[in-house]
Design a protein around this ligand. Sequence first.
Ligand SMILES: [Fe+2]
Length: 232
Amino acid sequence: MKIAMIGDLHGNFVATQALEKALDKVQPDEIWFLGDAVGKGPQNVETCDWVRRHCTLCVGGNWDYGIGGKEFAEDGYFWAQLGEERLHWLNSLPREAERWISGVRFRLFHGRPVTPLMSAQTDKDVFSQAFHPDGRDYTGIIFADSHRPFVRTLHDGYAVNTGSVGNSLGVNRAHCAIVEGEMDGQEAAPLAISILSVPYDNEAAAEIARQDVRLPHRESYITEVLTGVYSR
Ligand SMILES: [Fe+2]
């Protein structure tokens, strides 16, 4: 079984559509969503509804809860776009999930607010805590949040970051993780983990933001989409 795991779409529907086209070729059996469908970019209804239509497993991210729970007044732009029903859906997302794949017990979450922000360079002791929450022992963690994809092996197990679909840092393509193995298999079996890196029309995505003068922190978003350099 082949699963595409995606996160951090962040209202960039140009990138999301490019990823969808690439996934048509990869043909995953399922797509799982690991948080942050909305916020930052201008096309939040589109990315939120895309996730609801295509993803069979969903966990929430810090932006989903921040906007869905109306935590910050400056997010009024996003509340108005999304409407109450979508805000409720975002705020009701579970914080984490668990699946066995090829004998690995995977913990699936976004990153914040479940753990601190973890990048490829984060100290292994910080990762270790994410493998062993509340007396549970996982042998794999899959998450997003840092907007840069990676696969690391640690003494605790596999640490996989899906990267970001719509707001990639570093290489500014749309990214996701492809995981292939025996679904729900608790016996050790071969496991393949790879990163899918999809070029998209970054200028078109930036132009949609340029046309939307009410988008909060518009210039930072445009810079990030065009350059992959963190700007806010
Ligand atoms: Fe994010």
